[in-house]
Ligand binder design. Structure first.
Ligand SMILES: C[S@@+](CC[C@H](N)C(=O)[O-])C[C@H]1O[C@@H](n2cnc3c(N)ncnc32)[C@H](O)[C@@H]1O
Ligand SMILES: [Zn+2]
Length: 978
């Protein structure tokens, strides 16, 4: 058994403040490493910085804390806070000192303080003194290791807080980014920034010379900044054959005070449509888009060509980007604000034709080892795992080059050639290392361009700018895409790309960084290059189960990088594609199932424990919505010999709509703090057996205490549920194994079943604040818990801006079978239900299960069952079920009975929840008298009606029909004095 002082993070963490800083950081752009290059699921730096400080610094109030650190911390905090806010904290008191350190951690998480010398120097001194006090050699720094380094957020912050960093990743693109951030920028600093700007501008000037004729300015001096294109199909309507432009929305600009829309004018003779552009049109007159859920409606004859045929047609034309229809040119005008929209002219089309010819000429003359335009195949995609991100092959975009129009390919290949030429020039004048660093950054600039210069980039009418292909972690079909002009000064231009990369290098070029040492290395986390016990902190953010296919996505850039990097860096890019075999994700197409994920993750976690010193500390970030993902991750950690000693949810997403099944990630990511279960010599401890009854006895109070804290910190819903898994694991993982009295070993899986049930029960009692929930019945308990699970702190109404709701256009038919209502992953729903004594399968009128999704039915859908079986045959003549109003449905049985048997108000509702839903439906259908009678005669007798109705009012999402209805009922009830 090792005795070590706890670190701050094992005692407390100001998660609310850190979360605020992390969320705010999402809207910060200039100088933030996320703008250096795309990487998927980047961690906010604020969270990394705070967690690192709190993991590296011991708790001064711990009796085992080395006195040298207590003294150093006291001196620092005295000086820092008394100079800053003159609060005269008495840091001689260890608890005051702890609070001061935690305040510092929270304040330092603020982006504005991250480059402030005042904060940096204190943090670095504390890190060093903690390291030495814990046994490190004087003058050395702790080593932080991240084997899933991705875009490099964790190691970058490790350097900032005064540690050394060893970052590795399986993916060459990620490794390259880590090299830039951890090696090149600290080494070459501002010089690198200046050279990158200089040579970036050279590349731009040369490219402009070569390409000007393909991007002509308007005769009146306006500059085209974006060209809007629609892929097309031929209408398959009987005898039609018109060209159908595939357009998602006719709005070109949709802002307050300014709107512009496109209008199609069918020309049946010519078998096509013409376009008009209307400024500030009457929204009612704006036409619908032509494409919905992948099928295309012809503006000439009205026939809808089904998804399958649309795909088939586009497949034969490799996606149809090369022969798409240009329908609008967006320009800026000198001296005038805003964007202008015009129809394309012959000049525009001529330039496009010439560009295509030029590309063909260059292809024919090309004699490089690699094809001029990337001809490597795109990911196969499909399946239910991470591969679902890829649908481009359904449309025939089988090689990467298919993603680009001829003019885009001409521009990108010209840039690639110039980056190589620039590299040669720079090498003549600089040392090789520096020249490589500059050329590498130029290659990153080209990658930034490629993100907006594809036929999968779109024009956003809400912001009037370009959204790159990777605004999502997928390659979705974009029907009407936007082609940026590299040479404008607007969104998506080359100037922009140069500026973004420059800003990051400049912002991170603090001289202080040069003292610490960072390294980026390519390696699989499953076999780590470092020797045993050589690291002091293992802090990583592993792949989240089936959420993101990093390697497949990265190939988009990989194929360009191999054409643009200097020879030394290009060595990592010799293959066709980024390596995928060892990638630790769940991806059905690649045959990687849960078992594979768990096995490789366990290897990675075991490697982490091997390289970490026995008294070192670990933190593993996990943010996934699927219970399977969580269980696999936890199993891997426990099996690899880690003890969980703390767990903190940090909310990193900006508050938005109700989070249903569709968002893969939670709002918060849970940071699991862990320690090796080791003896002082580094060997694994196996002797400590836990008693099952003891473990269970600890569980409920621990969850209860934690739920209360989470609520105070504004962590609710699914976020809170998953955040409880950490503390639950603290109890279980403390032991090498847990046994029942009869010696039977309790598996993690069995334990987690208990954990889920406990979490459900405890969450429910926080929802009802101690009210007796037993009388409600399982349906009410389940409904309340379900809605709470979907709720997220600070969520606003469930409606979004029009742009996002277009999403389903991109996925052919798939979503048409989607459940409406409140959806949860089936497995999560099942576990919640179990803890509440409810079984999903036994609630057919309330819950619907489809595949891996479970849906709490909208109250509207319960009308027929709650008001008796409605006989369609008796429906008012000519009305089909679809056209029937809520009132019609209710009337069916309700009024019939009211007339027939003189017992009008005894409805079929059997439970309190049913009764509430009935009253909501009466309210919703405007049956005011019936509602009144119902409330006065039936509800009056039921004391639980009000308690539950009030709880539901707080739980139904703002803006939902349910919320409006239940509030209406409560108001009515009040006015009746019931
Ligand atoms: C969640 S991301 C890390 C993101 C990073 N924290 C950031 O802020 O950018 C997970 C990373 O794991 C990498 N990865 C997947 N399998 C791996 C393996 N077997 N070995 C090393 N890295 C792997 C992926 O390439 C990806 O970059
Ligand atoms: Zn037609």
């Amino acid at each position: 058994m090792i005795h070590y002082p706890k670190r701050l993070i094992e005692v407390d963490l100001p998660i609310k403040k850190i979360s605020e800083h992390a969320r705010r950081e999402k809207s910060i752009r200039h100088g933030h490493i996320s703008t250096l290059h795309i990487w998927w699921a980047r961690r906010p730096l604020a969270a990394c910085r705070a967690v690192l400080c709190a993991a590296l610094w011991p708790d001064p109030a711990d009796p085992l804390c080395p006195p040298a650190f207590v003294a150093a911390a006291r001196e620092e905090m005295d000086a820092f806070y008394n100079a800053l806010d003159r609060t005269n904290r008495n840091c001689a008191d260890p608890l005051v000192l702890r609070a001061a350190l935690l305040d510092f951690v929270a304040d330092f998480a603020n982006w504005d303080n991250a480059t402030e010398e005042r904060y940096l120097s204190v943090a670095r001194r504390l890190t060093e003194s903690a390291h030495v006090a814990l046994g490190g050699e004087p003058g050395t720094r702790p080593l932080v290791v991240d084997p899933f380094a991705g875009g490099g957020a964790i190691p970058l912050e490790a350097l900032r807080v005064g540690a050394d960093a060893f970052a590795s990743d399986l993916n060459p693109v990620a490794v390259l980014l880590n090299k830039v951030v951890l090696e090149y920028i600290p080494k070459y600093g501002q010089d690198l920034a200046d050279e990158v700007r200089k040579w970036g501008e050279w590349v731009k000037a040369e490219a402009e010379k070569e390409l000007a004729e393909f991007y002509p300015k308007d005769p009146d001096g306006a500059t085209p900044i974006a060209y809007l294109w629609a892929r097309t199909i031929t209408c398959e309507g009987p005898g039609c054959g018109a060209e159908v432009p595939l357009i998602r929305s006719m709005w070109l600009a949709k802002k307050k005070g300014r709107s512009v829309a496109l209008r199609m004018v069918p020309d049946p003779e010519a078998h096509r449509v013409d376009f008009e552009i209307r400024e500030n049109p009457d929204p009612k007159e704006v036409q619908d888009g032509t494409v919905k859920r992948g099928s295309a409606t012809c503006p000439v004859c009205g026939y809808t060509t089904p998804v399958k045929s649309v795909r088939k047609q586009l497949k034969t034309r490799r996606g149809g980007a090369a022969d798409a229809r240009l329908f609008c040119v967006v320009t800026t005008r000198p001296g005038q604000q805003g964007r202008f929209y015009r129809l394309p002219t012959e000049r525009d089309l001529e330039a496009v034709r010439k560009a295509a010819e030029e590309l063909e000429r260059r292809k024919a003359a090309w004699d490089g080892d690699l094809s001029l335009v990337p001809d490597e195949p795109t990911p196969m995609g499909g399946g239910s795992g991470a591969g679902r991100a890829f649908s481009q092959r359904n449309y025939g975009m089988d090689i990467w080059g298919d993603l680009f129009t001829p003019r885009q390919a001409l521009a990108l290949t010209t840039l690639a050639g110039l980056v190589q030429r620039a590299g040669g020039e720079i090498r003549k004048k600089n040392d090789a290392g520096c020249a490589d660093a500059v050329q590498t950054c130029l290659a990153l600039i080209l990658d930034r361009q490629s993100n907006t210069l594809t036929s999968l980039s779109r024009w956003t009418n809400a912001r009037e700018n370009i959204e790159g292909v990777f605004s999502r972690q997928a390659l979705p079909m974009i029907w009407d895409y936007c082609e940026a002009s590299s040479f404008s000064d607007s969104s998506g231009s080359l100037n922009g790309a140069i500026g973004w990369v420059y800003d990051v290098i400049e912002a991170e070029s603090s001289k202080e960084n040069q003292k610490t040492h960072g390294q980026g290395v390519r390696s699989s986390a499953t076999s780590h290059p470092l020797p045993d016990d050589s690291a002091h902190c293992f802090f990583t953010d592993p792949p989240y189960y089936d959420a993101i296919p990093y390697a497949d996505l990265s190939d988009f850039f990989y194929v360009w990088l191999k054409r643009t990097l200097p020879p030394a860096a290009a060595r990592m890019f010799r293959d066709d594609h980024a390596p995928k075999d060892e990638e630790c994700i769940v991806d059905e197409v690649k045959g990687k199932d849960r078992e594979y994920f768990e096995r490789t993750m366990q290897q990675a976690m075991a490697e982490g424990r091997r390289i970490l010193a026995p008294n070192g500390i670990g933190t593993v970030v996990f943010a996934n919505k699927s219970t399977a993902g969580w269980e696999a991750q936890l199993q891997a950690m426990v099996s690899a010999g880690w003890i969980i000693t703390g767990s903190w949810p940090i909310d990193t997403e900006r508050a938005n709509r109700l989070r249903g099944m569709d968002s893969a990630a939670l709002a918060s990511s849970v940071h699991l703090v862990c320690r090796p279960r080791e003896n002082p010599d580094g060997s694994l401890r196996t002797d400590d057996v836990g008693d099952w009854r003891g473990v269970l006895a600890e569980l409920t109070p621990r969850i209860r205490e934690w739920m209360t804290r989470l609520q105070a910190e504004n962590v609710v819903g699914a976020d809170a549920i998953f955040a409880c898994l950490g503390p639950a694991l603290e109890i279980y993982s403390r032991h090498a194994r847990v046994e029942k009295v009869n010696g039977e070993v309790v598996t993690l899986h069995d334990y987690l079943e208990h954990v889920w049930a406990t979490i459900s029960r405890e969450a429910l009692s926080t929802i009802f604040e101690g009210a007796d929930t037993e009388g409600f019945g399982p349906d009410a308990r389940l409904t309340a818990m379900w809605l709470w699970t979907l709720s997220a702190a600070g969520d606003s109404a469930a409606d979004g801006d029009g742009n996002d709701s277009d999403d389903d256009d991109e996925e052919g038919g798939k979503k048409s079978g989607k459940l409406s209502g409140f959806t949860l992953e089936y497995d999560t729903a099942r576990k919640i239900a179990q803890g509440l004594g409810a079984r999903l399968e036994e609630m057919p009128g309330l819950v619907e299960v489809k595949g891996s999704t479970a849906c709490l039915l909208p109250v509207r859908n319960r009308a027929a069952s709650l008001f008796g079986r409605y006989d369609l045959a008796a429906a008012p003549k000519g009305k089909k079920e679809k056209q029937m109003t809520l009132g019609d449905v209710i009337d069916g049985e309700y009024t019939a009975r009211a007339v027939d048997d003189e017992r009008p108000l005894t409805l079929t509702g059997a439970t309190v929840l049913d009764t509430i839903h009935q009253s909501m439906l009466l309210f919703g259908a405007g049956k005011s008298d019936a509602l009144k009678r119902f409330l006065l005669e039936d509800v009056r007798k039921d004391p639980q009606f009000a308690t539950l109705a009030q709880a539901l009012s707080a739980l139904y999402p703002p803006g939902s029909e349910e919320k409006r209805w239940v509030d209406g009922v409560l108001a009515r009830k009040k006015s009746l004095g019931v």
